[in-house]
Design a protein around this ligand. Structure first.
Ligand SMILES: [Zn+2]
Length: 464
């Protein structure tokens, strides 16, 4: 049973320190959110799981970390300056401004009028200025990147040469991106500042690109499964041709059931796009247009690739799985949410997070906090576990309350130190999902927990 709606998660996330509304002391800032002590751990665990899965466990992917602010020419030649637009219309009656593609039946959502202006493009790249220059100096204009992908494309040759790579291979990057959304909203689902996990997989122009899109869709479905997201809450959307981005020949979106309470419950979790050779060729000095003119007179490099076996030089094609950290975190939280009724008829929230994602792996709880020997032993156990896994010590309530608090934040194991522990050097380990308890020797504890903290299985990826 996943969360009934996003609001349930918003409230849990604030109460328990996962996500706070940003700038709250000044009345907030629309659609900006701050990640609290548990939220930052959850985000980091998602990013680490992704990085391990692609960069470490596979042999065909390298990682990089490029600048957020790139030369403005990158965005000119990538097509973002000209085409990264939302189309806006103004209501002549109430002066409200809306995204043209979100208007239903020509009706203004604010006043019901149907008297609209013509649609105008609004570029959604966030602008900034570099250096100490006059406000109106156009040479100082720069953008906060709207995607991490371009930082990968302009480094294609650097990575390929430095790491002696042959096709096919991929480059992965995690980082912040920015889009000046006209209508952000729905908690951390759509925000102007967000974090991406993008991978560009470079292949020959003669590769079977559509099959590779399917391959990466399957890989990601399995990966989301390993994060605890149920397959029945995911849905594949083949993006129709007239909705494709300017660089894409085929895109499949993996949608998540973010709105189970609505008639249309699906919203994009990530997309897998065949970006053709558009990106590498557009940034290359040697690429010519149909009339034989250089398409990019500003570039100083040619990002083509020489294929030894066929003795051919070409611009590699790209298959791009682009996922959002924040959207993944929201899907993980919604899918992990569950409720359970106790013997006394009380409703308890249990966050059944995959152990690898849980912000805290083990909570060490003393049964009597006024007994120095018990407290001392509990704190010593916490310290001994810390090098192996994230553990916390907590004595701020009765044991029932402490268990409930840990269940609500998804801690897989509660470890109780009691009077008996002082005699037998053993503790009680309580399982979050079953509430079953077992007695474990302190000397075996670290190994016992590590075995049970293994990630959910993910099929071993094959290099295609
Ligand atoms: Zn209106």
């Amino acid at each position: 049973m996943p969360a009934p709606n996003i609001d349930t998660i918003v409230s849990l996330a604030k109460r328990r320190g996962f996500v706070f509304p940003s700038s709250e002391v000044y009345g907030g800032l629309g659609s900006a959110w701050d990640y609290g002590p548990l939220g930052v751990e959850l985000c980091n665990n998602v990013k680490q799981a992704w990085w391990r899965w692609l960069v470490y466990e596979r042999d065909d992917i390298e990682g990089i970390d490029s600048s957020i602010i790139l030369n403005r020419l990158v965005w000119q030649y990538s097509g973002h300056e000209a085409t990264f637009n939302d189309w806006l219309v103004d209501c002549r009656k109430c002066k409200g401004r809306f995204r043209a593609d979100k208007i239903v039946d020509q009706k203004c959502p604010a006043c019901g009028s149907n008297d609209w202006t013509e649609a105008r493009p609004f570029n959604t790249m966030l602008q900034t200025k570099l250096g100490a220059v006059a406000d109106d100096d156009p040479t100082s204009l720069a953008y906060l990147r709207p995607e991490t992908a371009q930082g990968i494309f302009i480094n294609f040759l650097n990575v390929q040469t430095a790491m002696r790579r042959k096709l096919p291979f991929g480059i992965a990057q995690v980082g912040k991106s920015f889009r000046n959304e006209v209508t952000p909203g729905n908690f951390i689902l759509r925000t102007r500042e967000f974090e991406q996990m993008e991978m560009e997989y470079f292949v020959s122009p003669s590769a079977e690109h559509s099959k590779l899109v399917d391959y990466w869709v399957e890989q990601y479905l399995e990966w989301f499964g390993s994060l605890g997201i149920s397959r029945e809450n995911l849905y594949l959307y083949e993006v129709p041709e007239d909705e494709l981005a300017h660089y894409s020949k085929r895109t499949v979106d993996i949608m998540y059931r973010y709105f189970p309470e609505r008639e249309k419950p699906w919203e994009e979790l990530m997309g897998i796009a065949w970006r053709t050779d558009f990106d590498l060729s557009t940034h290359s000095k040697n690429k010519l247009d149909e009339e034989g003119k250089r398409i990019n007179p500003d570039s100083t490099e040619d990002l083509s690739y020489f294929d030894e076996p066929t003795k051919q030089r070409f611009y590699p094609h790209v298959i791009e799985p682009a996922a959002g950290v924040n959207r993944t975190v929201l899907a993980v939280l919604m899918d992990a949410y569950s409720e359970r009724t106790t013997d006394k008829g009380e409703t308890r929230v249990i966050l059944k997070l995959s152990p690898q994602l849980a912000p805290i792996k083990a909570a060490i709880l003393p049964l009597a906090k006024n007994k120095p020997e018990i407290v001392g032993m509990a704190k010593a156990i916490k310290r001994s576990l810390q090098p192996v896994l994230r553990a916390v010590y907590d004595d701020t309530g009765g044991i029932g309350k402490l268990y409930a608090r840990q269940d609500e934040i998804g801690t897989p194991f509660c470890i109780t130190v009691d009077h008996q522990s002082l005699e037998d050097e053993a503790v009680t380990v309580r399982d979050r999902d079953t509430w079953e308890q077992e007695r474990i020797k302190v000397s075996d504890l670290a190994e016992h927990l590590q075995k049970r903290l293994k990630p959910y299985p993910v099929a071993t990826p094959e290099t295609s």
